[in-house]
Design a binder for this molecule. Structure first.
Ligand code: KIV
Length: 257
């Protein structure tokens, strides 16, 4: 299947009763394992900067880094849709956004993702017009963490909630095939999911009860497998303790030589 058909197949799963799964990967072996396990979408996220490269946030990530890791991931994937994340300062104008999207596709991404709502519409339109599918990213925007003074839940006020809904509708109108919704209050995630014709992929949008509010879910792989113990977001649901396994194996190795 080509990139367009893959993106369309994801989009068509809205209301299909079959939830959409997405995980991040940054290297060949992880991407290959995720693909072989059957995940629908693999995001080469700019969370790369934090959970692989040791930066305090995603604002240090460059296009060169993203291209390098997107190529490694793409080499490991046969079936899943590969999403290349556009890093901060790589889509300041429509023409820069297009050049960045083309570089990520050249590296092996099927589609690209960029952060923001209404103010990104011109850039998203330029990318889609060139034939590259786009997945939006709205709600809490990690690339704005410094301006915002931290990672804050979004949609708590009526004004913020309306602005996010408006942005989500604009992303749909611009032609995005799906939207990542990050850390918005569950009621708003549910409302957006009900209103949009394209799927919402949530992260940090569920209530404490765990009830689903989006059409699919994306997680950072290190949160899922417990391989980055120094920072675990409150909404993470680790299914393994890889950090513990590594420590144990290394201690066993040291005492065995
Ligand atoms: O970079 C990333 O991993 C992301 C997810 C949090 C959606 O954008």
């Amino acid at each position: 299947m080509n990139a367009h058909d893959k993106a369309k197949a994801i989009s068509n799963r809205k209301n299909g009763g079959h939830r959409i799964s997405a995980l991040t990967a940054y290297d060949y072996p992880t991407a290959r394992l995720l693909d072989e396990a059957g995940v629908d979408m693999i995001l080469v996220g700019d969370s790369l900067g934090m959970v692989v490269l040791g930066f305090p946030d995603t604002t240090h990530v460059t296009l060169e880094m993203m291209v390098h890791h997107t190529a490694a991931v793409a080499r490991g994937v046969n079936k899943a849709l590969v999403i290349g994340d556009m890093p901060i300062n790589s889509y300041d104008t429509p023409s820069q956004a297009l050049t960045t999207a083309q570089a990520l596709v050249q590296a092996g991404a099927d589609v690209v993702k960029l952060e923001g709502g209404i103010r990104q519409i011109e850039k998203i339109s330029a990318i889609i017009k060139s034939g590259i599918p786009v997945i939006g990213h709205h709600g809490m925007l990690p690339q704005r963490v410094l301006e915002e003074g931290g990672y804050k839940k979004k949609g708590k006020t009526e004004e913020e909630s309306c602005a996010i809904m408006e942005g989500a509708l604009a992303l749909q109108e611009a032609g995005c095939f799906a939207i990542v919704l990050e850390s918005v209050v569950p009621e708003l995630a549910e409302k957006i999911t009900a209103k949009l014709k394209i799927p919402t992929i949530g992260i940090g949008c569920k209530p404490k009860s765990g009830q689903q509010t989006c059409d699919g879910e994306v997680a950072v792989i290190t949160d899922l497998i417990g391989s980055y113990p120094w920072f675990v977001p409150p909404f993470a649901k680790p299914q393994a303790n890889v950090a513990g396994e590594i420590s144990q194996a290394v201690r066993a190795y040291i005492s065995s030589i």
